[in-house]
Ligand binder design. Structure first.
Ligand code: ADP
Length: 469
């Protein structure tokens, strides 16, 4: 089977969050299953792109709001990522340093989708499946069916994955002219809430809709930032497939980012060396249990509560805390102030740092995820693989992947995103840590849990097969 993934992120080329990890891993595992899987994504001008080698394979033109643009498709030749990656370059649109947050994001998203569909018309062999990821690619199922008269494109089954329903990419109907001509009777397929809603359009037009965990799919049907009714209506074509992790990259035995590699056999000394590095670096005390948070500093992740959680925990318990994240400026500012108040007990790194994140997963004793919403969550699976105990709120993918120690499980779970719940869980964590015999037994146990993509990649393939005549 020939599978084409379309996405704005793909690790290691461009990463903002979990979307990149998924799109950088799923094709690799689908290749392992004997399929041809590739990714088409925008071109960026970041460090990866500057160092990579490319081959230009196609050039074309498109109209966007009455302006003509040329686009180029280039294939990554090196480094070898284990699957083909095609990047679309459009001067002034798809040539930015970062992935999102430009004034012309709407034009960038639409131009990428227009170029992808136009490029497909030039291919001798079309993909058997087009798998679109998140709202930036959500108009592709509509475009394939309704904006080109090519019956071959209309026949390609499309799968749309919702990685996060909070971001739907709404566009005012005033910008309808950005889209190519289509039969205006089909305008309802773009509309949700009186605007063009790419995520809603994908839910309506894609052949199948997936989310990144079964629990998140159930939750979305009750509450999905306005999409719940649509998702209930389209229930028969919706399915939740749990994300996996790339166990080649996220492997404490071979991870090049961490200070000392380790396996289940030497987890204690391995984690200790990584923890020591963190403690030396940030003036913390290696004898104390280390609780960490890694992620976007936004309300969905419960990050607005972190200042309160930290103050309360450091006033009433004897632990160390490390926070790595970036996001809402108000949260960043509150955390920055707090950092000065708790020097030697808490370190807060505002920013994005891939290497540091790996060392933190390796050196931490507990990883906190007090998320209000968590479509899948990858951090808890990375933590498990690195022998760090996840403390999670029971929601979405966290509910599907972490079982509480009180239920014969291996993690710590709480029901609400409140300071009280998290601090109570921290205290449970400390009590568990004090019983070093059980704690170390659990460490070995969690490292053995298999969350690799093997199983989920197969589930996607089964789904695709059901769509191919
Ligand atoms: P989301 O995609 O909602 O942000 P996920 O749990 O699916 O959350 O994925 C988050 C990914 O981003 C993980 O690989 C995590 O390690 C990484 N990450 C998040 N914030 C940072 C940061 N500040 N520095 C390094 N890595 C980060």
């Amino acid at each position: 089977m020939n599978i084409l993934h379309t996405s704005f992120e793909c690790y290691p080329i461009a990463k903002v969050g979990g979307l990149a990890d998924v799109v950088g891993a799923l094709p690799k595992y689908q290749q392992k299953l004997g399929h041809t899987a590739s990714v088409v994504m925008p071109c960026y001008t970041n460090d990866f792109v500057k160092k990579a080698k490319y081959k230009y394979i196609h050039e074309g033109a498109l109209w966007l709001d009455k302006v003509s643009y040329t686009y180029a498709i280039r294939k990554v030749v090196s480094p070898d990522l284990g699957f083909d990656v095609f990047q679309i370059y459009i001067e002034g649109l798809l040539d930015t340093k970062d992935v999102y947050n430009y004034a012309n994001d709407t034009q960038r998203f639409i131009s990428f989708q227009l170029a992808t569909v136009d490029w497909l018309t030039s291919l001798e062999e079309l993909p058997d499946i087009i798998h679109c990821h998140d709202h930036h690619t959500g108009l592709i199922p509509f475009m394939l069916k309704h904006t080109k008269s090519d019956p071959n494109l209309q026949k390609i089954p499309t799968v749309f994955t919702i990685h996060n329903a909070q971001y739907q990419g709404q566009i005012s109907f005033e910008k309808l002219s950005y889209l190519p001509d289509f039969d205006k009777k089909k305008i309802g397929l773009l509309d949700w809430g009186n605007c063009i809603n790419p995520m809603a359009s994908a839910i309506k037009c894609a052949w199948r809709v997936t989310t990144v965990s079964p629990s998140y799919m159930k939750e979305l049907q009750a509450k999905a930032n306005g999409l719940e009714e649509l998702l209930r209506h389209e229930k028969s074509k919706c399915i939740g497939i749990l994300n996996g992790i790339d166990t080649q990259i996220w492997n404490p035995e071979t991870d090049l980012f961490i200070i000392k590699n380790y396996s289940q056999n030497n987890v204690v000394s391995g984690k200790k060396a990584n923890k020591k590095w963190l403690c030396d670096q940030y003036n913390l005390n290696i004898a104390k249990p280390l609780f960490v948070f890694i992620g976007r500093l936004v309300g969905e992740k419960g990050a607005d509560l972190l200042p309160e959680i930290i103050e309360e925990a450091l006033s009433n318990t004897d632990i160390n805390i490390i926070i790595l994240g970036s996001g809402d400026t108000a949260i960043e500012e509150r955390l920055t102030v707090l950092r000065e108040n708790f020097i030697g007990r808490c370190y807060i790194h505002i920013g994005y740092d891939e290497k540091l994140s790996h060392i933190i997963y390796a050196g931490a004793d507990f990883l906190m995820m007090p998320s209000r919403v968590e479509p899948c969550g990858l951090n808890q699976m990375y933590a498990l693989r690195y022998g760090s105990i996840p403390i999670v709120r029971r929601t979405g993918g966290l509910k599907d992947t972490v079982i509480d120690i009180g239920d014969d499980g291996f993690g710590i779970c709480h029901d609400q995103t409140t300071t009280w719940d998290v601090n109570y869980s921290i205290k449970r964590g400390i009590a568990f840590y004090d019983n070093q015999k059980e704690y170390k037994k659990n460490q070995k146990r969690i490292m053995k849990i298999d969350h690799s993509w093997d199983h989920s990649a197969n589930q996607y393939v089964t789904l695709y097969k059901s769509l191919i005549p």
